[in-house]
Design a protein around this ligand. Structure first.
Ligand code: AMP
Length: 126
């Protein structure tokens, strides 16, 4: 069920629970601003999620309200994870789904990193 990205942040969402250590995740990276872990249902050879530690529902919320430090830290973390996974030379794809049309299921901003194989069409054919 896609989420409504205009609703307030919900502290019971599954990624908030991962950040609090209440449910397990396969962690691949962590710094002051960000946390990265493997997607539980990978859609490519590499499918890693990077999330900010702050309480942001979506890219929309984050881009409007996060501090410059949070934004810089998060963007750098996404790049760092991709580099650590050796994805730069072969190439990779970033995705952030927002709301119903984007198909966003979890109401805590996450950037998907896909790689490790050719990734095909940018979006599903209409
Ligand atoms: P989105 O549709 O952009 O909101 O993507 C949500 C992603 O979170 C999906 O790719 C799920 O497979 C992934 N996901 C959901 N629950 C977990 C979890 N507990 N640990 C890791 N990934 C998860």
């Amino acid at each position: 069920m896609p989420i409504d990205p205009t609703l307030p942040y919900d502290d019971t969402n599954i990624f908030a629970k991962i950040l609090r250590g209440e449910i397990p995740a396969k962690k691949v990276y962590e710094d002051d601003w960000s946390f990265a872990f493997e997607d539980i249902n990978p859609q490519a050879e590499v499918h890693t999620l990077v999330i900010p530690k702050g309480r942001y529902v979506s890219w929309d919320d984050f881009s409007a309200k996060a501090s410059a430090e949070e934004i810089a830290g998060f963007v750098r973390a996404v790049g760092e994870v991709a580099r650590a996974k050796g994805l730069v030379e072969p190439g990779y794809r970033l995705m952030a789904n927002i709301g119903a049309h984007g198909g966003q299921e979890v109401p805590h901003l996450h950037v998907h990193i896909f790689g490790g194989q050719p990734l095909g069409a940018m979006i599903a054919p209409r």
